[in-house]
Design a protein around this ligand. Structure first.
Ligand code: SF4
Length: 642
């Protein structure tokens, strides 16, 4: 018998009137599954394109997935979505969080929370005992995100879960983050949206403790397999993420052995320190101090407290340093010790001035792209191949992994989960090429994975642009399912397996877990169909907001002309070439003409109009999205559908 993995309710809170209402989750979930999918549908319905990111009419949407609250399967991630002031032009965006807040929201009785309007004074929302209470947050306004969270927990009980923003959010800085329990932080500029609504925090306290499983026996068998495949995965991450000063700090119910740890500095400060945040200031600080110090940790902690995105800040620091070296900006003209980049003093000054919009911080608060634009062509010329069109660190770009050109071109921001599906696997293959101890992912295994997951062996031959369009499409559909269920990027998809003979994972594992939990038999293809639908919904949103087809589907211009020199994770720039032979992509550019041909192939595979790159009414109807097509017909700027 089928059971529902949803609470069945979406809560809407209007901060302008103080009123709250509930709506059935099923209205969105039947077609768009959960998480990113239902958030995108709510956004489509409620945020017309003319609404600006910091307008009260913008929505701040928090959503969980149908598999959230089922412990051990790495599915208790949650997302925040809304229009972002960090993007130029402003667009729909998304942010993915770990920790416990998402599970608590579901235990409190809601699959999603939609906040709109603007409070007349600093306010926090407290969801408890089936009540949505708006409370005065005047005493918290101006406080750091960590301090706010801990103050609320001290007042309301340590079991409540809090998501908040720091001074950067209050001051509507483009780089502002949201910060939740267990230092789960989310980027994309949504902290500024929260601040614009005078909303300091959302506190949740759930009464429920579990959700039913339709086939418990089958679910436990799958869990055993999952533990075998993923429980022993070694921690990833660098520097201070291991050692006696760290303590494991996992997301709700997770059995993964990832690098999610709390680090305690010598001065007693404690904070999560992993992934990008753990190494973004490392090289610069190491050079400045002549060796390893706690400065990168202290910087990450500082960013959490002020509510500043370390990924966006990394790009800003790079650009500021280049402007300083070119004599465009100085210590005196900015009031920031640019000459001391790498020091704690530099970061304290930069982060504080930007978060509080003090002096030159007012310019920086607009984000790197807009700050450069306001300073003129010389400052803009220092923005080169190290960033994406969304102003984020370039990372896994197409001069190295051709396929990622299509992936990046279709998204409002850097879609790290999609990029990881390819790049993490390639990293493991490079270890095998270099004969590193423990490396297991051979060329044969990569080619077998390409056949099973990416539509064919050509997807793993980077000497050609062929086969990449189908690969991009398959990655997108699967990753949109992942972002909607919502599964953790450290554990899913199960694409390669260390402890098996062929090392090839199971692309149907997600659908098996979903079927066991819900009792609704759902195949891999059916689940991926949800992914295709959600991806098409996001495409429609972006089209309606001005991202028009072929011309808009592009990447950083410098990648077409400036040869690849290095890659921060993979210095040798190796990929499998013809017959799996290692191929070095150093010195290569991303070929513009071949990219256009890839787009032809991609649009045809998607069922879109090849000439314009616009979605078609017939394809949308085929996906059961005729209503979205009708909406696109009336887009501002003319019909956004062929
Ligand atoms: S693997 Fe790590 S980041 Fe992922 S859900 Fe588990 S604890 Fe959280």
């Amino acid at each position: 018998m089928g059971v529902s993995p949803y609470t069945g309710k979406v809560l809407r809170v209007d901060l302008s009137t103080g009123k709250s209402t509930e709506a059935p989750t099923a209205a969105c979930a039947e077609r768009f599954l959960g998480g990113r999918g239902i958030a995108a549908k709510i956004y489509w319905d409620e945020v017309p394109p003319q609404v600006k990111a910091l307008d009260p009419e913008n929505r701040l949407i928090f959503a969980t997935g149908p598999l959230g609250c089922y412990p051990a399967i790495g599915a208790t991630r949650w997302v925040a979505c809304g229009k972002s002031p960090a993007l130029s032009p402003e667009h729909f965006t998304y942010s993915n969080f770990g920790g416990h807040w998402g599970a608590e929201l579901k235990f409190a009785g809601y699959d999603a929370l939609v906040v709109h309007g603007k409070a007349d004074k600093p306010t926090y929302l407290f969801l408890h005992d089936d009540k949505a209470e708006l409370r005065d947050a005047s005493a918290l306004w101006g406080k750091g995100a960590i301090e706010t969270r801990e103050t609320l927990k001290a007042e309301l009980g340590s079991s409540v879960k809090v998501v908040t923003t720091g001074p950067a959010g209050e001051n509507q800085v483009a780089l502002a983050t949201l910060l939740a329990d267990n230092d789960a932080s989310g980027s994309g500029g949504l902290g500024a949206v929260m601040g614009s609504k005078k909303l300091k925090a959302v506190v949740v306290k759930g009464a429920r403790k579990a959700f039913p499983v339709a086939s418990p026996e089958r679910f436990h068998e799958l869990l055993d397999t999952f533990r075998l495949l993923r429980g022993g995965a070694p921690p990833s991450g660098e520097a201070l993420t291991t050692g006696p000063q760290t303590k494991k700090d996992v997301c709700y119910g997770c059995i993964g052995n990832c690098a999610r740890r709390i680090y305690q500095a010598k001065n007693g400060l404690k904070s999560k320190f992993m992934c990008q945040a753990s190494f973004f200031y490392q090289a610069r600080a190491e050079k400045y101090y002549g060796g390893k110090t706690e400065v990168p940790f202290l910087t990450a902690h500082l960013c959490n407290q002020y509510g500043v995105d370390t990924n966006a800040l990394e790009v800003m620091v790079l650009w500021l340093w280049r402007c300083f070296q070119a004599g465009i900006l100085t210590d005196e003209s900015t009031g920031i010790p640019l000459s001391k980049a790498g020091s704690l003093e530099f970061m304290e000054s930069l982060v504080r001035k930007m978060a509080l919009r003090e002096g030159f911080g007012e310019v920086l608060a607009r984000g790197t792209l807009k700050a450069a634009e306001s300073l003129g062509p010389k400052a803009q010329a220092e923005l080169t191949d190290y960033l994406t069109l969304s102003g984020e660190r370039s990372g896994y770009e197409p001069r190295l992994y051709l396929t990622t050109g299509l992936i990046l071109a279709m998204e409002p921001r850097r879609p790290i989960q999609q990029l990881h599906e390819l790049s993490l696997l390639m990293g493991r293959w490079v270890r095998w090429v270099k004969k590193e101890p423990g490396a297991y992912l051979s060329t044969d295994a990569v080619r077998a994975i390409a056949r099973r997951f990416w539509g064919g062996e050509l997807a793993a031959d980077f000497s050609t642009y062929e086969g990449k369009a189908l690969c991009a499409l398959k990655i997108q559909d699967r990753q949109y399912v992942k972002e909607s269920l919502i599964l953790c990027d450290c554990l899913w998809p199960i694409i390669d397996v260390e402890n098996s003979e062929d090392h090839v994972g199971d692309p149907a594992f997600e659908s098996k877990v979903y079927s066991a939990v819900t009792g609704k038999e759902t195949s891999e293809a059916e689940l991926n169909r949800f992914g295709e639908r959600i991806f098409n919904l996001q495409r429609a949103i972006l089209t309606r907001e001005g991202h028009r087809g072929r011309d808009a589907d592009t990447v950083t211009p410098a990648w077409f002309t400036s040869p690849l020199r290095q890659h921060f994770v993979q210095p040798d720039c190796l990929v499998p070439g013809k017959n799996g032979e290692p191929l070095c992509r150093k010195g290569e550019v991303f070929d513009r003409q071949k990219f256009e041909k890839m787009k032809d192939e991609y649009y045809a595979l998607r069922g879109w109009d090849v000439a314009t790159g616009l979605q078609t009414m017939s394809k949308l109807a085929d996906l059961g999205m005729g209503d979205i097509g009708e909406g696109l017909k009336n887009s501002p700027g003319g019909p956004g559908v062929a």
